[in-house]
Design a protein. Structure first.
Length: 262
C-alpha cells in the first residue's frame, strides 16, 4: 500500500514587518511546514505503523528552500519525498490551486498511490481548494475536512467523519483511490526525534520539473495585484496602575469618549 501526502511550506511574518513591492521583505519571514499538512502526515504515518506494507510518500511544489520543510515530514516517518519546481514556477507571483493541483496530479499518476492525504488548507493563502481540485483532476472520489479516518484496506474503502458547517458531522464511506483533506485535531502530530532527523537526511528526495511531468505551466489563473497591511478598526487604550488608581480615569474615558454614563 502507498499513501501520498501533499505538503506545503508556508511563510509566517513577524509581528512587525515591511512590505517590499508585492511581497513581505524576506528578513521578516519564517518558513515552516503547513499546520494542516502536519496532521495529514501524522495520519499517514500512524497507518504505516499499524501495517507492514505501507509506504508514505510526500510531494510538494516549492523551491529548493522548501527541502528543509520536506525533511521535517521525512523525520516524522515519511519514507521518501518528491519536490516539483523550475524557473517558470518561480516567475509566478501567485500559484493558483488549479495549477498546483495539476502538478500534484502528475506526480500522483506516476506514484499510483492507494489514496492521497492533503491538508484542508494552507496557513498563508487559505484557499482550501487544492485537495478537492486534485481529486477532480484525477477523477478520484474525495472527502473534505476529515476529522476521523477509518481505513478498511481489504474492502477498498475508508469510513470518514467530515466536519460540516454549524457543528454538524457527516459519516460517509469513500471508495479508494480517493483524496482526503485532513482537518486539524484528527490526531496529535509528533515531534521529530533526533534519530528521525538524522535518518531524514539520507531518505530519498526526488526533484522533478513540470516538463518532466508533462505539465505545461502557461501562467497562473490568479495574480497578486497588491499587498498592504490591513487597517486597524480601533485603537486600544491602556490604563496603567491598580484598579483603584485607574477607576476614575476609566470612568471619565467611558463618559467622554463612549457616551457611557458612568
Amino acid at each position: 500500500m502507498k499513501i501520498l501526502v501533499t505538503v506545503a511550506e508556508v511563510a509566517e511574518a513577524d509581528d512587525e514587518f515591511e512590505i517590499s513591492g508585492q511581497s513581505i521583505a524576506e528578513r521578516y519571514l519564517t518558513y515552516d511546514l503547513n499546520e494542516w499538512d502536519d496532521y495529514a502526515i501524522e495520519e499517514a504515518v500512524q497507518i504505516s505503523e499499524e501495517r507492514d506494507d505501507v509506504e508514505v510518500v510526500t510531494v510538494t511544489v516549492g523551491p529548493e528552500r522548501a527541502e528543509e520543510t520536506i525533511r521535517q515530514a521525512l523525520a516524522k516517518g515519511a519514507d521518501r519525498a518528491v519536490r516539483v519546481w523550475d524557473d517558470s514556477l518561480a516567475e509566478e507571483s501567485l500559484l493558483d490551486p488549479g495549477t498546483k493541483a495539476e502538478l500534484l496530479a502528475a506526480v500522483t499518476r506516476e506514484e499510483d498511490p492507494d489514496f492521497v492525504f492533503s491538508g484542508v488548507q494552507s496557513a498563508d493563502f487559505s484557499f482550501g481548494a487544492t485537495g478537492v481540485a486534485l481529486a477532480a483532476d484525477l477523477d478520484f472520489q474525495w472527502a473534505a475536512v476529515v476529522n476521523d479516518f477509518d481505513l478498511d484496506a481489504d474492502a477498498g474503502v475508508a469510513n470518514v467523519h467530515r466536519e460540516l458547517e454549524g457543528g454538524i458531522e457527516e459519516l460517509t464511506e469513500v471508495s479508494l483511490p480517493a483524496v482526503f483533506t485532513i482537518q486539524t485535531g484528527i490526531n496529535e502530530p509528533r515531534y521529530a526525534s533526533l534519530r528521525g532527523i538524522r535518518q531524514a537526511q539520507s531518505k530519498p528526495l526526488d526533484v522533478q520539473t513540470p516538463d518532466e511531468l508533462g505539465v505545461e505551466v502557461g501562467g497562473s489563473a490568479l495574480s497578486l495585484s497588491s499587498l498592504e497591511v490591513p487597517e486597524s478598526e480601533s485603537d486600544a487604550t491602556y490604563f496603567e496602575g491598580s484598579a483603584e488608581e485607574t477607576a476614575t480615569e476609566l470612568a471619565t474615558f467611558l463618559k467622554e469618549e463612549k457616551g457611557v454614563n458612568a
